[in-house]
Design a protein around this ligand. Structure first.
Ligand code: FCB
Length: 450
C-alpha cells in the first residue's frame, strides 16, 4: 500500500521559536535594565525550585553556536524576541547601544545563514522601571511601547521584514495581573482588564510606526488560542464554555478585527471595565498582514452551576494523552482554530507561531535523547495544518516551540519543550530525535506516513 504523503506548499515557512527571557541569560550585562521577570524570579516562592533566567541557556554568549545549530537543523525561519530592557534599560529615554548591537549581530548572522528572522517585540519582559510606574494597567505605558517599537524597527527594519508586536497579550494581562502566576504577580481582575486594553492599544499604535520604519514588512500579533468545548450539551455547560471563550479568545480577536470588546463579556465584567477613549478601538483594529497563533491544547468546560446528576456524565471527556504541562494532546483543535481565524475572522494570512509539547527527556547511554512523544505530537499537528491548507485556509508558516529547552516561566527549568536538549550544568546542546525528524520534514517539504 502506498504511504500517504502530506505535501506542503512550495514556499511554506518552517521555523522554530524562542523568547529572550527564556534563553538569553546575561540578565544584567552590558547595561541591561531589570525586567519584571528578573524581579519576579528573584522573589522567593514565585518560580518553581527558585529558578531564574539569570543564565538560562546562556544564549547571550552562545548565540553564534546556536545560530549554527539552527542552520544545521535545516530551519528556514527563526522567531525570537527582543528584550525591551536590553535596548531601553529604563523602559524609555536612554538607548543602550550594546543592547541594540546584540540584536544587530544576531540579525546579520541569521541573514548570512539564509534564515528568515521573525521578531517578537514583546514576549513578557517588561522593564521593571515601567512596572514601577504602573505597568500595563496604566495608560501611560502606551507611549513608551511605541517609542521602543520605533527604536527597534528603525535599527533592524531594513533587514527584518516580519514583526510580531506582542506575544499572547492574554497571558501578559490575565496571568500576570489577575492570576498572579506570572510577573508582576498581581491578583486583580480590574488591573488585568485595563492591561489587556493597553496591550492592544500599544499594538495598534505601534503597527503604523513599524510599517514606516520597515518597508514592505509583514506585521502581526500572536495570540494564544484554545478552543473551548462544553462538557455536555446542557445550557449551563454551553454558557460556561461561551464565557471561557470570551475571556481567552474573543476578548482579543473581536477588538483586533473591528468588532469591539464582546458585549457579553463587557456585561459580565461590569464595573471592572476600564475607560475607552475615542479612537482607541479604531487604532486597535488596524488591518494586519498576518495573525500568529500559539496552539497547544483544547479545554473542556464544565459549569460549576450544573446539577450533580448532569455533571456526573459529561459527553466530552478529556483524552488520556496528556503532556507534562497537564495539557491534553488534541490536534483537531488546531484545525478548528485555524478555520475560525479564516472563516469567522477573515485574517488574510495565518502563522502558527508556537506549537509543541513538554515531555520528560532523558539522555541515554549513547548520549542521545530519543523523544518519540514529541515527534508524534508535532507530526499529528502538522497533519492538521495540512488539512487546513487543503481546505483553503491560508496557513503560511509553522514555528515549533521551542528551538531548545529553556526557562518555562513559573515552572522554571522543570519542563522541556525543546527540539534540542539543554544540559543546564554544562550548557551542552543535544539534538533530540524529534529535531532530526523535523529536519527531514523540512527537507522533503512533506510529512510522510511511516
Ligand atoms: C507559551 C509562551 C511560550 C512558552 C510556551 C510553552 O504560552 O508563549 O513562551 O512558554 O507557552
Amino acid at each position: 500500500m502506498d504511504k500517504k504523503k502530506y505535501e506542503f506548499p512550495k514556499d511554506f515557512i518552517w521555523g522554530a521559536a524562542t523568547a529572550s527571557y527564556q534563553i538569553e541569560g546575561g540578565w544584567n550585562e552590558d547595561g541591561t535594565g531589570e525586567s519584571i521577570w528578573d524581579r519576579f524570579s528573584h522573589t522567593p516562592g514565585k518560580v518553581q525550585d527558585g529558578d531564574t533566567g539569570d543564565v538560562a541557556c546562556d544564549h547571550y554568549h552562545r548565540w553564534e553556536d546556536d545560530l549554527e545549530m539552527i542552520k544545521k537543523l535545516g530551519l528556514k525561519a527563526y522567531r525570537f524576541s527582543v528584550a525591551w530592557p536590553r535596548v531601553l534599560p529604563n523602559g524609555s529615554g536612554m538607548v543602550s547601544e550594546a543592547g541594540l548591537d546584540f540584536y544587530n549581530k544576531l540579525v546579520d548572522c541569521l541573514l548570512k545563514l539564509d534564515i528568515e528572522p521573525y521578531i517578537t517585540l514583546y514576549h513578557w519582559d517588561l522593564p521593571q522601571k515601567l512596572q514601577d510606574k504602573g505597568g500595563w494597567p496604566s495608560r501611560d505605558i502606551v507611549e513608551p511601547f511605541v517609542e521602543y517599537a520605533d527604536i527597534v524597527t528603525r535599527a533592524l527594519g531594513d533587514r527584518v521584514k516580519n514583526w510580531i508586536t506582542f506575544n499572547e497579550p492574554w497571558v501578559s494581562a490575565f496571568v500576570g495581573y489577575e492570576q498572579g502566576r506570572h510577573a508582576p504577580g498581581h491578583t486583580h481582575r480590574g488591573e488585568a482588564l485595563a492591561a489587556s486594553h493597553h496591550l492592544l492599544l500599544s499594538h495598534g499604535k505601534a503597527v503604523p510606526v513599524i510599517r514606516a520604519n520597515s518597508r514592505d514588512a509583514n506585521v502581526g500579533i500572536t495570540l494564544n488560542l484554545t478552543p473551548k468545548y462544553p462538557a455536555s450539551p446542557s445550557i449551563a455547560d454551553r454558557d460556561a464554555a461561551t464565557w471561557d471563550d470570551g475571556y481567552l479568545n474573543r476578548w482579543f480577536l473581536d477588538p483586533l478585527t473591528g468588532r469591539g470588546y464582546p458585549a457579553d463579556m463587557v456585561e459580565s465584567f461590569g464595573d471592572l471595565m476600564f475607560p475607552i477613549q475615542p479612537g482607541d478601538m479604531k487604532a486597535i483594529s488596524v488591518p494586519l498582514d498576518f495573525i500568529g497563533v500559539n496552539y497547544y491544547t483544547r479545554n473542556i468546560v464544565r459549569s460549576d452551576k450544573i446539577s450533580e446528576a448532569e455533571n456526573a456524565a459529561p459527553t466530552i471527556i478529556r483524552g488520556d494523552e496528556i503532556t507534562e504541562m497537564d495539557w491534553e494532546v488534541y490536534p483537531e483543535g488546531l484545525y478548528k482554530t485555524l478555520g475560525r481565524l479564516y472563516f469567522d475572522y477573515d485574517f488574510p494570512v495565518i502563522h502558527i507561531t508556537e506549537n509543541g509539547a513538554a515531555f520528560v527527556d532523558t539522555v541515554n547511554a549513547d548520549g542521545e535523547v530519543d523523544d518519540p512523544a514529541r515527534l508524534s505530537y508535532i507530526e499529528r499537528h502538522l497533519k492538521q495544518v495540512h488539512r487546513a491548507i487543503e481546505a483553503g485556509i491560508p496557513v503560511k508558516g509553522y514555528f515549533a516551540w521551542s528551538l531548545m529547552d529553556n526557562f518555562e516561566w513559573g515552572f522554571g527549568y522543570s519542563k522541556r519543550f525543546g527540539l534540542v536538549y539543554v544540559d543546564y550544568e554544562t550548557q551542552k546542546r543535544i539534538i533530540k530525535s524529534s529535531a532530526k525528524w523535523y529536519r527531514e520534514i523540512i527537507a522533503k517539504n512533506a510529512v510522510e506516513e511511516k
